[in-house]
Design a protein around this ligand. Sequence first.
Ligand code: HEM
Ligand code: PLO
Length: 513
Amino acid sequence: IATGTSLGRPRSLPALPLVGSLLQLAGHPQLHLRLWRLQGHYGSLYALWMGSHYVVVVNSYRHAREVLLKKGKDFAGRPRTVTTDLLSRGGKDIAFASYGPLWKFQRKLVHTALSMFGEGSLALERIICREAASLCETLSAAQDMALDMAPELTRAVTNVVCSLCFNSSYRRGDPEFEAMLEYSQGIVDTVAKESLVDIFPWLQIFPNKDLALLKKCLQVRDQLLQQKFTEHKVPAGLGQGDAGAGVVGTVPRTAWLMHVLWQEAFCGDTAKDLMDALLQVRLSAENSSLPEPGLELTDDHLLMTVGDIFGAGVETTTTVLKWAVLYLLHYPEIQRKIQEEMDHKIGLVRHPHLSDRPLLPYLEATISEVLRIRPVSPLLIPHVSLTDTSIGEYSIPKGARVIINLWSVHHDEKEWDKPEEFNPGRFLDERGQHIHSPSPSYLPFGAGIRVCLGKVLAKMELFLFLAWVLQRFTLECPEDQPLPSLEGKFGVVLQVQKFQVKARLREAWRAAS
Ligand code: HEM
Ligand code: PLO
C-alpha cells in the first residue's frame, strides 16, 4: 500500500469463483443505472469482480476528482479488453491505449493539430457553418413532414471531422457515407459493453454474435481508413526537408518533433488535414538522423489515431445533438426561450457566429444541462491504476480497473437540486447572464490527463448547429406520435432511441426573409 498506513479495501459485492460479481450485474442492460443504484447498499465507493478483474466503482465527485485530477497519473492506464483491442489493433490509438511515451506523443500531436487546424480558427467555423447551412436546407425541404433527424445530424457532424481529418466531405445519399453509418452503429452496439467476451476472453473460441458483428464492421471501417490513408501517403520528396538536424542535440526529442510538426506540417502549408500532418511528422522523424526509440509511429498507429478522432468526433457530438433535440421536443417553453434570446441578441438578418456565444447564455446553459442530464459517456472509459495507490480512505492495488460513474456524479442529490429535472436555468446566475456550474460535480468531458481531446471542437459544433437550426425552425413532435422516451440505451456512448421530428419554419424567419 503506497501510503504506508493500513488502509482497507473498498467494500466488495459478493463474488463467486470464475464469474465474480456477474450475478448482481447480469440482466441489467443499463449498467450505469445498476452501478448507481448499488450505492444504496454498498456506499458510493465499492468494488466488484468481473471474472478475474478487480473493479472499483466511483460514484461521487470527491473520489472522481481524486482519481482524475489529484492522482491522475496513478490512474492513467486503460484496461485491455477483447473488443477494444480489436477496435484499436491492440491499443495503438489514443483512447484505448494505456499510458506510455507513445500514447503521450500521439495525444500531443493530435492536440497540436486540432488547436492549429481549427479550434478557435475561422477556418473551422466556416466548415461548421457550411454544414449547418446544408442541414437547414435539408430541413426546409422536409417542411412539416415527420423526419428522422439522426442521419442528417450525423452527416453534418461527419462532414466537419471528415474535413478536419481527410479534407473531404459527403453528399446526401453517398454510398460511402451510408456504409459508414452502418458500420459505426455496429461498432457502437458491440464495443466495450463489458460483454461476456471481455470478462472471459477464452469465450472467443466459441461463436459469438456480437464479436462477429464487430469484426465485420471493423473490416468495413478499416477498408475505408486504409483507402483514405493511401490517398494521403505523402508523395516522395515532400516533407523531407532538413528541419531540425541541428536542433536535435539541444532540445528534448519530443519537443523537437513537435517543432518539426509545427514547421513542416502547419506553417509549410503542405498539410491540408490531420492525416497529412501525421504522415509528415512521421516522415520528418524517420528522416532525422536519430530516430527516437519507443516513439516509432507505425502505419497502424496513424490509422488508429485518425480512426479515434473520426469515431469520437462523429458519435459523441451527434449523440449530444440528438439528446438536445429530444429535450427541446419535451420542453417547448425552453426552446421558445432560446429563440427569444436569439431574436433579441442576433435577430433574423444574419447568421449566428461563434463570437455570439457570450450573447446567448441561455442556449449555452441548455447545452450544459443536456451534457449533465444525459452524459454521452456515462462510465467514461475505464481507467487502470498503474501503481498501488488509494482513493479516499481505501487502498487500491496496482492493476485495478476504475470505473467513474458519471451518471452518479451528475445525478447526486447532495450536489444537484432535483437532478432528474431538465432545467438549464441552474447553470445561470441570478440575472440569467453568466454561465456557471452550481456544483463542481460536473465532468461531461472527464478531467485530468485523460480529459477529452475534442472538448473545444465539440462545444463549437454544438453551439453553432443548435443556433443555426433554432434561428430558423421550431422543432416539434409530430401530432400523431407520442413524445419519444427520454431513456437512454447504455453502450460505449449513451444512445438515444430513434424518434421523429417536425421542423417547422418559424413565422418570424419567413417574414424576415
Ligand atoms: C475521451 C466526452 C467529443 C476525442 C473522452 C472521455 C469523455 C469524453 C468523457 C473520457 C475521459 C476519461 O476516460 O477519463 C466527450 C463528449 C463529447 C466528446 C461529451 C461531445 C460533446 C469528442 C470529439 C473528439 C473526442 C469531437 C475528437 C475530435 C476524444 C479522445 C478521447 C476522448 C481521443 C480519449 C482521450 C484519452 O484517452 O487520452 N471524451 N467527448 N471527443 N475524447 Fe471525447
Ligand atoms: C465510435 C464508433 C466508431 O466507429 C469507433 C469509435 C472510436 C472512438 C470512440 C468511439 C467509437 C465512441 C466514443 C469514444 C471514442 C473515443 C472517446 C469517446 C469512446 C467506439 C468517449 C466518449 O469516451
